[in-house]
Design a protein around this ligand. Structure first.
Ligand code: SAM
Length: 199
């Protein structure tokens, strides 16, 4: 079985094409930003948000170490809740993918965690900015304090999205002894979404 992050990356690998635009809503140590940058190549662009200066610096260092050209990424030290104000207008309705890898910065300050009161508005805004056929992925961590509540808020929101416009799935282990990470995937309908779209 794939881990939650591996599953997320497998979906992105299938979906993203060179030249696409993508959002990493929680840049952290930069691994997801780098993964997105690799998939979309020199003609694409990845926008990376994080509230912590240390995370933005770590992400920049990782991208530089891997030789990702500067024009291929834009890192923003701010909450993802401000994405509609901070992303360039030309990106509206053009994001091929948005990734929210929730929780705290591994190896960093564990008191700085994503919270439903900012994560939910950010997810709503990011869905607006997706292009038709775009994919929003949330890696949920119900195992840390506050994580289960945040996961439930997002599940409740996503379950209520109208099925004509959105397809929502969840990938999670059913027989784990502790609360394992899970992936919530929300796909925006495209003109090519066939008759099987509405389940
Ligand atoms: C699990 S880490 C992300 C891992 C990262 N994607 C990677 O590949 O290394 C979660 C990150 O979310 C950030 N974060 C917390 N609240 C945030 C917010 N409101 N907006 C943006 N980032 C936030 C934390 O600072 C932390 O770096």
């Amino acid at each position: 079985m794939l881990s939650a992050v591996e599953y997320c990356h497998a979906l992105l690998r299938e979906r993203l094409l060179p030249g696409d635009l993508a959002l990493d809503a929680t840049a952290g140590n930069g691994h997801d930003t780098h993964f997105l940058a690799q998939l979309i190549g020199p003609d694409g662009k990845v926008f990376g948000f994080d509230v912590q200066a240390a995370a933005i610096a770590a992400t920049r260092r990782l991208l530089q170490r891997w030789g990702v050209p500067e024009g291929c990424y834009h890192l923003i030290e701010d909450s993802h809740a401000a994405l509609a104000e901070r992303l360039p207008e030309q990106a509206q309705g053009r994001l091929a993918a948005a990734v929210f890898n929730l929780g705290y910065l591994p190896g960093g300050d564990k008191s700085v965690i994503t919270r439903p009161e900012t994560t939910l508005p950010a997810v709503r805004a990011a869905l607006e900015w997706l292009r038709p056929g775009g994919l929003l992925l949330v890696v949920l961590y119900p195992g840390h304090p506050g994580g289960a509540e945040e996961a439930q808020v997002l599940r409740d929101f996503a379950s209520g999205l109208p099925s004509r416009q959105w397809q929502v799935t969840e990938y999670r282990t059913l027989n784990a002894r502790q609360a394992p990470p899970a992936v919530l995937a929300i796909e925006k309908a495209s003109p090519e979404s066939g008759p099987d779209w509405e389940i």
